[in-house]
Write a protein that binds this ligand. Structure first.
Ligand SMILES: Cc1cc2nc3c(=O)[nH]c(=O)nc-3n(C[C@H](O)[C@H](O)[C@H](O)COP(=O)(O)OP(=O)(O)OC[C@H]3O[C@@H](n4cnc5c(N)ncnc54)[C@H](O)[C@@H]3O)c2cc1C
Length: 506
């Protein structure tokens, strides 16, 4: 039994209507709490935001939606359903990987289709390796999901369970790249199943093999796209929360919390004072700690993940070689991670994610137009260029990126641009994200599980944290879980479905 808040918790104020806040709100409503959500922006979603630009609907944050059942759990808490509210389209292929030698590989979620693709790409031996890898990923997911990801921790000792032994036996505490290399010899295939470590903010050579669970989520469990764009997910969650009785206030930044001793008694914005029995705080950690008037008591400063430069372009043409998601790998690999995490330089031979959402939903752009979202990882502002430097570097890096993509086959891309938006670490800083990265604290071993900033805070007995800075961590599935775990700290119960491998409940 994990710790829960003491005292009254009838009215809970949730600060932030990102995925974590909305998930917390739905789970709290389901447990009979009165809920008020207070959000500084004019719309829900937070990092999963929406930019409307000259008739284009641009998703500003996540584009790879995995594990939709975790979102559905939040809807189910209020007797609603994700699948009724949002038209989720499974992506086939989940990704296309495009390599510097001109070869391409489609990542299929279906095991047999993927084994056939791997055989075409690299021969029967590698296809057999892929089958073994897939079985291992499934075991790894089963060993981790309920005990390490979907769990509140009160102490590192909570880790000491049979699942820890199972995870160790599966090699979860070895290095990710070596473990993947044990299944696949082809260096291009190794990349396809290990690049996901960067989502967790750690290079594959330094990441724990346990992080292959992310590769499970996107290469085995599958990638989905909501019709209307990714922002349809937080919008539907906000609608479901409102229909279940939540009060949602948008455009109201919380400026301070009122206290009486160790209890937060009210949440204050420029417009109003909202009395509360408990509060869930979901902004990035520095904002949350500032509101709480506390400094975290960590002996060592948090290490933050690399950041990303995102270039959104609306174009009058597209390129048939692009799938919905295409990863365009440069020739460089280890040096790329070195540049991002040690040298603090933008990638010299970039590997980028290109999302062409109009391939699945043409309605996201005006007729005959196309959307391309180009995400290039870059150093955060702790180790790389600072906020001021990006003013000049951003446009220069954009121009180099477009030249490189033109050379890699997106011929004429610059001339095809009708509208564009460039987002750099300076913008992430401006949104309050520590170290100029929207990907929060990196998932190094000492910043993971019970070692990640906890969701309970010393000295504030009716406050709980949720969101990517706390447990379990960064990403859509994990922040949805963090909202549920925060709610469980208040209500005392984690509602769970049995851990299932693959598939989506309907
Ligand atoms: C460019 C990008 C690409 C990504 N790609 C993927 C992907 O493909 N797949 C994936 O799984 N994940 C991806 N992620 C990560 C994922 O989007 C995030 O981890 C997740 O959305 C974070 O949700 P959150 O609720 O923790 O934080 P947020 O979304 O930041 O929510 C916090 C909310 O609090 C609000 N707030 C802040 N301060 C205040 C205040 N003072 N008063 C009131 N409200 C306040 C903010 O406006 C915000 O709405 C991506 C993120 C980005 C930015």
């Amino acid at each position: 039994m994990t710790r829960t808040l003491s005292g009254r918790t009838d009215h809970v104020v949730v600060v932030g209507a990102g995925l974590a806040g909305l998930s917390a709100a739905l789970h709290l409503l389901g447990a009979g709490r009165r809920v008020t959500v207070v959000e500084r922006d004019g719309l829900p979603g937070g990092r999963a935001g929406l930019l409307r630009l000259s008739g284009y609907r641009i998703d500003t944050g996540p584009t790879v939606l995995t594990m939709p059942d975790l979102a559905d759990e939040a809807f189910a808490a209020v007797g609603d359903s994700l699948y009724r509210r949002v038209d989720l389209i499974p992506l086939h292929p989940a990704y296309r990987a495009s390599f510097a030698d001109g070869s391409t590989l489609d990542v299929h979620t279906d095991g047999e289709a993927m084994a056939a693709e791997v055989e075409r790409f690299a021969g029967a031996g590698e296809a057999a390796g892929y089958r073994r890898l897939r079985a291992w990923l499934e075991q790894l997911y089963r060993a981790q999901m309920r005990r390490f990801i979907d769990a509140n921790f009160d102490s590192p000792l909570d880790l000491l369970t049979g699942d820890l032994a199972r995870l160790a036996a599966l090699g979860g505490f070895g290095r990710l790249d070596r473990r993947i290399g044990g299944f696949l010899k082809d260096e291009r295939l190794q990349r396809v199943f290990s690049f996901q470590a960067l989502y967790a903010g750690v290079p594959p050579a330094r990441a724990l093999a346990a992080y292959a669970v992310i590769a499970y989520m996107d290469t085995v469990a599958g990638v989905y796209f909501p019709r209307g764009g990714m922002h349809a997910l937080p919008q539907a969650m906000a609608d479901a929360a409102a229909d279940a009785g939540a009060e949602l206030r948008f455009g109201e930044p919380v400026t301070r919390l009122e206290r009486s001793g160790e209890r937060i008694t009210a949440v204050v914005t420029a417009k109003e004072r909202i009395p509360c029995d408990a509060v869930v705080l979901t902004p990035d950690l520095p904002v949350t700690y500032r509101l709480l008037g506390r400094r975290p008591r960590r002996p060592v400063r948090l290490r933050h993940s690399p950041s990303a430069l995102v270039l959104h372009v609306g174009t009058d043409r597209t390129w048939p070689q692009l799938a919905h998601h295409t990863i365009s790998f440069g020739a460089a690999w280890r040096t790329t991670f070195d540049e991002l995490t040690r040298q603090g330089r933008p990638m010299s031979d970039p590997s980028v994610l290109i999302t062409r959402s109009t391939a699945t939903d043409p309605g996201l752009a005006p007729p005959g137009r196309h959307l391309h979202y180009i995400l290039a990882p870059c150093p955060n502002t702790d180790i790389g260029p600072g906020a001021a430097a990006w003013g000049e570097l951003g446009p220069r890096y954009r121009a180099g990126l477009l030249r490189e993509l033109d050379r890699r086959g997106l011929d004429g891309i610059e001339a095809a641009i009708e509208v564009e938006a460039l987002v750099t670490p300076t913008d992430w800083l401006g949104q309050g994200h520590a170290s100029g990265t929207p990907f929060s604290a990196a998932h190094t071993f000492l910043q993971t599980g019970p070692f990640r900033p906890r969701n309970l805070v010393r000295g504030a007995e009716n406050a709980v944290l949720a969101g990517c800075g706390t447990t379990p961590g960064v990403g859509v599935p994990t922040t949805l879980v963090s909202g549920k775990l925060a709610a469980a700290r208040i209500t005392g119960g984690v509602r769970r479905r049995p851990a299932r491998v693959g598939g989506v409940a309907r």
